[in-house]
Design a protein around this ligand. Structure first.
Ligand code: PTJ
Length: 251
């Protein structure tokens, strides 16, 4: 399929365009071969929440913004899917906080792939991208994700981790970091282990997160209040309840 095959008035035009982007970047090597499968998992969960940012998730987004603003060394971890879905938006988010951008991939971690992902972010406005020539390791992690930048994730107090399911989040938490995940699957290990999970599509929530950062910058007391009042268990319950309400509607 070429992008000209997608009629602009097709009810699923955006979804088809995003799929196409993922598909095209498997060819360029930015996206891992497993990237389209991960994307499809995300789409399935996005259906369950109605392909919208759930009202209850706005509090997770605001609290994540507060945590990122209060961090001393915030880092945004970027994998293949995230880099091609929201490159400009991730660069804008990093600039707004400000936070460092670090390439961190699971599949086929080669110098070439790291460099390509960094170049892709630079083409979209990033001034610096870490994660090339990594020298530090996440303790007790055995996948390629263990390799982290000594000036980035190794030093970070808060790490934003979009689109992954695995054991890194727990390993980062055990290493003393706070982790904000972006994962449409509220049942994934990453979503369950993270400090805050944003259960929303990355294409919707990254711009929202940047907006929340800008608003909170002027209200430090609100940022502290959000962090103090955050209840992860309640946040997960709210999402599951919202999914249940939608499922009941179709019965
Ligand atoms: O580039 P690499 O090598 O680091 O690999 C990246 C992928 C995404 C292929 C890798 O991390 C992977 O296999 O991820 P998983 O285990 O499939 O987990 C991805 C999670 O992200 C799943 O829980 C999906 O539901 C979720 N997800 C997928 N697309 C989106 C999403 N969440 C938010 N927005 C999306 N667009």
């Amino acid at each position: 399929m070429s992008s000209s095959d997608i009629p602009s008035n097709h009810p699923r035009a955006l979804s088809l365009a995003l799929r196409k982007r993922i598909e095209d970047h498997v060819e360029t090597g930015l996206v891992a071969k497993a990237g389209p499968i991960a994307h499809g998992r995300g789409e399935a969960f996005d259906y369950l929440i109605g392909e919208q940012t759930l009202p209850c998730v706005l509090n997770d987004i605001e609290t994540a913004a507060a945590l990122l603003l209060k961090a001393k060394h915030p880092v945004i971890s970027v994998n293949g899917n995230a880099a091609v879905l929201v490159p400009t938006e991730l660069v804008a988010l990093a600039a707004a906080i400000p936070a460092k951008l670090e390439v961190n991939v699971f599949y086929g971690r080669t110098f070439e792939r790291e460099k390509m992902l960094a170049a892709h972010l630079m083409q979209h406005g990033a001034k610096e991208v870490l994660g090339i020539h990594t020298e530090a390791k996440v303790p007790n992690l055995h996948s390629a994700r263990q390799h982290v930048d000594i000036n980035g994730i190794a030093q970070a107090d808060v790490v934003l981790v979009p689109l992954e399911d695995g054991d890194r989040t727990k390993a980062l938490i055990d290493w003393g970091k706070k982790v904000i995940s972006i994962d449409l699957n509220p049942f994934s290990r990453t979503a369950r282990d993270s400090t805050i999970n944003i259960c929303d599509n990355i294409v919707r929530c990254v711009p929202e997160l940047t907006k929340a950062i800008q608003l909170l910058k002027a209200d430090s007391a609100k940022a502290e209040k959000l962090i103090a009042g955050y209840d992860k268990t309640q946040s997960t319950k709210n999402i599951i309840q919202a999914i249940q309400v939608r499922l009941n509607f179709f019965q």
